[in-house]
Design a binder for this molecule. Sequence first.
Ligand code: AGP
Length: 593
Amino acid sequence: MCGVIGYTGGGRRDASSILVRGLARLEYRGYDSAGVAVHTGDGIVTRKLAGRVPDLQALLARSPVSGASGIAHTRWATHGAPTTRNAHPHVDCDERIAVVHGHKFRTETDTETLAHLIEDSPGETLEARVIAALELVVGTYGLAVISADEPGKIVVARQGSPVLLGIGDEEFFVASDASAIIEYTRSVVHLDDGDIAVLTPQGYHILDRESHVQLRAVDDVTWDLEAIALGPYAHFMQKEIFEQADTVRGTLRGRLVFDEGVARLNGLNITPDDCAAINRITIVACGTSWHAGLVGRQIIETLAQIPVTVEYASEFRYRRPLAASNTLTIAISQSGETADTLEAMRAARAAGSRVLGIVNVVGSTIARESDGGIYLHAGPEIGVASTKAFTSQIVALALLGVYLGQQRGLPLEARQELLCRLAQLPTLVSRVLALEPHVRRLAEEFVDARNALYLGRGVNFPVALEGALKLKEISYIHAEGYPAAEMKHGPIALIDAEMPVVFLAPHDEVYTKVLSNMQEVRARGGRIIAVTTEGNGDLGGLVDHQLRVPATAPLLSPVLTVIPLQLLAYHIAVLRGCDVDRPRNLAKSVTVE
Ligand code: AGP
């Protein structure tokens, strides 16, 4: 949440343009206000405003500022309204210290407080003063500081919020994530909690709070600028929806061993004995990742016969979890930085549980702190509304289900069957994406809806939740997902001719039950959209619209049934003129409680 970037290069390039280009790539982390502070050689000049990065670009065009180093910020407001006054950078009394940070302390104008704290702190160097000031600070942060007295120097501190350094050729960067600097370097250093980094044009070093030098690995970013370019698409969400055949293929790559019926998951770091000892699995996650966890529960319980509970991470962490050594805790997170999921994982570990991470962002905190895990390899997800991560999370959970199932006696044939079905998914996903024109027409019919109900059963109940979340978060239409049978116990009161009802009705063991739920809605005049399986009998008489997806293994059907719902939400939001990639009040990864 919030995006921070900094640059120092000894005059090789103009810091302003690098900072603003980087901010534009970080805007999915928060877009309430933006600002830069540049060391011009004579001192620090700041430019900031409430609004988006393009507004800041326009401000800089009217009153430019240039220099060899600087810091910048795009904000997701927590403390203090999204005003120009509360926009970062914040400076001290004489504007000789400037600070940007992505997080919260416990005072109203926390960042400004920090600038003054550093101003008043003892020390010969900026880093010494920052270290002294942070002694008085409680909370989580990722911050960057510059001083008029030390041109070219940037001091960075991390406590809980993701910060990395970019290592260039006689130029150095700091950023909340690699997307801001990938244009200039692919060599990054992920800072750990408690690290203080000092960047100058001559180099960088990392200290702990006692000013002892720390060594950190330099990692190579595996994706390139193209991965975060919009290409021919109108929005990142649309691009990421259409990437899903490739991203599912990416999650499967090198992990299917058909002959042995094995899912090769080298990063799990779990031995067969460990597996045999597991008697309970707890999945912790938030939002879309929590929905994937619900699908994962059914897959793992079916394939490995291990009881699974799926917990909202934010609730789990304060419930003093009763985990035990034979409990495996799985943290699912696209960003790998969601604070509630990270803390839930830490709480489970503290209670004696082994913890796994199913994560997309390489080098993220959850990935680095878990005992083992599975990377999705779905590439950067920029759209705030998660799409391709969801389908890849389900594929990763299916691979984990086969892996655990193999350790617990799941027959070879059953494993080989599921691996074959997994291998077919990328092709089937492409066929579902071809439904887009049909879904766009449906969107035109439902663009003025005020509410919507999504209903599914079994492994598709979480898809109903996910469909409703997508519509809510990008079109601002109120929507609810429900187990289809649960509808009779209340929500059916909402049904009338105005209420669109989306049913997930793939051909599986509960299909006929879903049909009877459809009849209950039809009897009350509800308008029904059904996502069903090719080759299923014609539902013409029962529903208003049917979207047919190819058949696959019932446990894997959510990978296909969710895509029409992603497209429906996307097109309704576009038709309503919503900012699909930057929906109001949201940010891509929520690194605060
Ligand atoms: C989903 O579209 C949202 N962006 C949000 O619910 C998200 O899934 C949640 O914040 C969890 O994020 P994570 O997967 O990065 O942990």
